[in-house]
Design a protein around this ligand. Structure first.
Ligand SMILES: NC(=O)c1ccc[n+]([C@@H]2O[C@H](COP(=O)([O-])OP(=O)(O)OC[C@H]3O[C@@H](n4cnc5c(N)ncnc54)[C@H](O)[C@@H]3O)[C@@H](O)[C@H]2O)c1
Length: 397
């Protein structure tokens, strides 16, 4: 059983606490930090949390607690991690880890020097559908992964600080791209080095200094490509979809809008539908249990099991750092309009990976290009002669 200090009582602090206290879970939030006495008290009473404080230092130094969960705006992650590490507490930090790779690296160093656990709360890698998909990929069901695409788009975030470049460190890319990049890394292989990126980012709608829309490609050392699509100006709710395709198969997941659960109501019912839903009448796409379907339940179960057993969780501060380094390169590429290298001062993955092509042998003379059964029942085989390079086709009745 872990005793937790929750820093922040906003949107994600509420979701995390709901995940921890919502079911019969032994891990408890025992103390909450909020700048405002009133908000801290209200939050503590709502979730049956015995202590609240307006001092971050007091919260993390509380001798009763084992772990700190950081649910604060991006510009406060570094300070909160450093304070928690100094207090000798395990730290679980929400995404993005830093506003930049330099910040994320400082956080990684803080937990490693203090010898405390640094868990990166990348919930979307822990959704039941994603966990099952990663399992398929690891067992080889898709062959060699060639392309992983992840999309997160919604009409924009819910608090002022997200829209302030200094506080957030960027727009849709840093806010949503971090999820998509880590999902693609999980499919392609987290030990495979991200080599270079090409990114388009623009401010199409919102009067802000950061981008409200971005699309990017991340090239990996084994030739696989990660693709992300993020937006703060997408209308119609929150669109969360992933796709992964390999030499032997493909997977598509839809986490939010079109999951098979659709409701029509003409009554003015004014109920909560799902995160970022834009309407409460007409055809609706509710989510049965957001806390579970967004991965929070599985994420905290793994994090606190690891804390108890002294093992490393799937998502660590190191992963958060790699994601930030990829995003730094994306911002550079969006400016230069060129492929930009991913600068990783710390790389802990493989260095022996080749950009191997997944070419299939047919026989001693030919390589296989394609096999297909035609409507007339014959099978067509398209082959390439290894020596001459000639491309031929054969029909087999
Ligand atoms: N799926 C996810 O993993 C997910 C979803 C949403 C947000 N987040 C992340 O969670 C963090 C917080 O986002 P949120 O959506 O909860 O924001 P929010 O605005 O809803 O809540 C932020 C909290 O921090 C407090 N706060 C704001 N400025 C502060 C300051 N200067 N000092 C102390 N406290 C301050 C606010 O009062 C509030 O309690 C961000 O890093 C965000 O990226 C993660």
């Amino acid at each position: 059983m872990a005793k937790i200090a929750m820093l922040g009582t906003g949107f994600i602090g509420e979701f995390y606490t709901m995940a921890l206290h919502g079911q019969r879970n032994p891990d408890r939030v025992v103390s909450v930090y909020s700048r405002s006495e009133e908000n801290g008290k209200k939050f503590a009473q709502k979730w049956n949390i015995p202590k609240w404080t307006t001092s971050m230092e007091e919260a993390v130094n509380d001798p009763e607690i084992d772990a700190v969960i950081i649910s604060l705006p991006n510009h406060l992650h570094l300070e909160a991690v450093q304070l928690s590490a100094k207090a000798g507490k395990a730290v679980l930090c929400t995404k993005p880890l830093g506003r930049t790779a330099a910040e994320a690296k400082a956080m990684l160093e803080a937990v490693e020097e203090a010898g405390v656990m640094g868990g990166y709360l990348e919930d979307l890698v822990y959704t039941p559908k994603t966990l099952k998909s990663i399992d398929y990929v690891k067992k080889g069901a898709l062959g060699k992964v060639l392309w992983a695409r992840s999309r997160e788009a919604h009409p924009g975030p819910h608090s002022d600080w997200f829209w302030n470049f200094e506080m957030s460190g960027g727009g849709a890319l840093v806010d949503l791209g971090c999820h998509c990049i880590e999902i693609a890394r999980s499919f392609i292989g987290k030990d495979i080095r991200p080599v270079e990126v090409m990114c388009w980012a623009d401010t199409q709608v919102k009067p802000i200094d950061a981008e409200d829309h971005a699309i990017g490609l991340v090239k990996y050392a084994n030739g696989a490509i990660g693709q992300f699509e993020v937006s703060w100006c997408f209308r119609g709710g929150m669109d969360l979809r992933d796709e992964v395709s390999g030499t032997e198969g493909s997977i598509r997941t839809d986490h939010f809008l079109r999951t098979g659960f659709e409701v029509f109501t003409a009554a003015d019912q004014r109920g909560y539908v799902a995160e970022k839903a834009e309407s409460e009448t007409g055809w609706l796409f509710p989510v049965g249990d957001e806390v579970h379907e967004l991965g929070y339940t599985h994420m905290f179960t793994e994090m606190f099991n690891c804390l108890e057993q002294g093992t490393e969780p799937t998502e660590t501060f190191y992963d958060g750092y790699v994601v930030n380094a990829i995003m730094d390169a994306c911002y550079k590429s969006a400016k230069t309009k060129k492929w930009e290298p991913v600068e990783l001062e710390i790389w802990r993955g493989r260095n022996d990976v080749q950009d191997g092509k997944a070419i299939q042998e047919y026989d001693a003379q030919y390589l296989l290009i394609k096999e297909e059964k035609l409507p007339n029942g014959t099978k067509k085989i398209i082959l390439k002669d290894k020596k001459s390079g000639e491309i031929i086709q054969r029909e087999i009745a």
